[in-house]
Design a protein around this ligand. Structure first.
Ligand SMILES: NC(=O)c1ccc[n+]([C@@H]2O[C@H](COP(=O)([O-])OP(=O)(O)OC[C@H]3O[C@@H](n4cnc5c(N)ncnc54)[C@H](OP(=O)(O)O)[C@@H]3O)[C@@H](O)[C@H]2O)c1
Length: 253
């Protein structure tokens, strides 16, 4: 059932590590030319070299997408250099959880700025090109895949702002889906549970200890597991729109 992505262009944010990194590799393996963005240019260059060595195509565009001009610049450079846009995977995100009274407002703002506003900036710039690609492209359909979280469906203690950003991503996604699905732009959200990545590296040492204890008995998802779910959404034929995927470790209630 899965279609080849040869001839398509996919932009992946948060591609320097974790889920975005794995999604870029998976989309490239399925034939897409991938545009990879994040702030760490060296990581992007390493990933591009890996993709090219496997016979794929990759373009690195380092950017801080919390800056509206840089987010729009990534989309503009994609169109300028590759001429089209068929898939956007919004994976960039940060998580700073812990006791609310001790949490700096700067950390709250960092989550809102990236998880919500950065994702919105990339989406706003990409939408006209995704709609154009759906109307004229090789597959008759294009995809916007937003990476949310289980925390976009269930609220957790000591997680007020991260949950708020992810609930907002789910609402944003569904509103866009309603508006654009009949123009052959599929808008989907993926809600992963705990996944091995660098996401937890931003937690304070004490909170990290509590997380590690809490998940000690859980076999965590690999970033590749989530990437496979993302790529499966994109590779579906035009008639199939998988709007939401919830993917949890089997051990996790
Ligand atoms: N891991 C989990 O358990 C889990 C569970 C549910 C949902 N998620 C969600 O999955 C998504 C990916 O997270 P992950 O687990 O893959 O974490 P990760 O390994 O920490 O990846 C986060 C990515 O975001 C990028 N990023 C951070 N700040 C940025 C900025 N200002 N501008 C551009 N890019 C920026 C990072 O690259 P640079 O630092 O190089 O910029 C990195 O590539 C996030 O939205 C996260 O909320 C993760």
């Amino acid at each position: 059932m899965a279609e080849s992505l040869i001839g398509t262009v996919a932009l992946v944010t948060g591609a320097s590590s974790g889920i975005g990194h794995a999604a870029a590799r998976e989309l490239a393996a399925r034939g897409a030319s991938v545009v990879i963005t994040a702030r760490r240019a060296d990581r992007l260059e390493e990933l591009a070299a890996t993709i090219v060595a496997s016979g794929g195509h990759a373009l690195t565009l380092p950017a801080d997408i919390t800056r509206r001009d840089e987010a729009a610049g990534v989309v503009a450079a994609t169109i300028a250099q590759l001429g089209r846009l068929d898939t956007v995977v919004n994976s960039a995100g940060v998580m700073f959880n812990g006791p609310t009274l001790a949490m700096p407002v700067d950390d709250w703002e960092a989550m809102v700025d990236l998880n919500l506003k950065g994702l919105m900036y990339v989406t706003k710039a990409a939408l006209p090109h995704l709609l154009e690609g759906a109307a004229t492209g090789p597959r008759g359909v294009t995809d916007l895949v937003n990476i949310s979280s289980i925390a976009g469906r269930i609220v957790y203690e000591q997680c007020p702002i991260y949950c708020a950003t992810k609930f907002a991503v789910n609402a944003f996604t569904e509103a866009l889906r309603l508006e654009f699905t009949q123009r052959n732009l599929r808008v989907s959200v993926v809600d992963p549970g705990v996944t091995e990545s660098e996401l937890f590296s931003h937690l304070s040492p004490q909170v990290l200890i509590e997380y590690d204890e809490g998940f000690a008995a859980v076999e965590k998802l690999h970033a590749e597991d989530v990437a496979e779910a993302i790529a499966s959404i994109v590779a579906n034929p035009r008639r199939i729109a998988v709007n939401e995927v919830v993917i949890r470790p089997t051990d996790h209630k």
